[in-house]
Write a protein that binds this ligand. Structure first.
Ligand SMILES: [Zn+2]
Length: 52
């Protein structure tokens, strides 16, 4: 069986800019949160997933 994946945005928790996109398995219930560099904040900030 094929694993379904969907596209999600990673949104900066500080400035709310959607700086990254990533794939996520459809059935996973956890919320993605990754520390990434935000070019607007000019530092590493937590990015939370945001649906398309
Ligand atoms: Zn930011």
């Amino acid at each position: 069986m094929k694993t379904k994946e969907r596209f999600v945005f990673l949104e900066c928790t500080a400035c709310k800019n959607r700086n990254y996109t990533t794939f996520k398995r459809q059935k996973s219930s956890y919320k993605l949160e990754k520390k990434k560099f935000c070019p607007f904040c000019r530092k590493h900030v937590s990015h939370k997933e945001h649906k398309l």
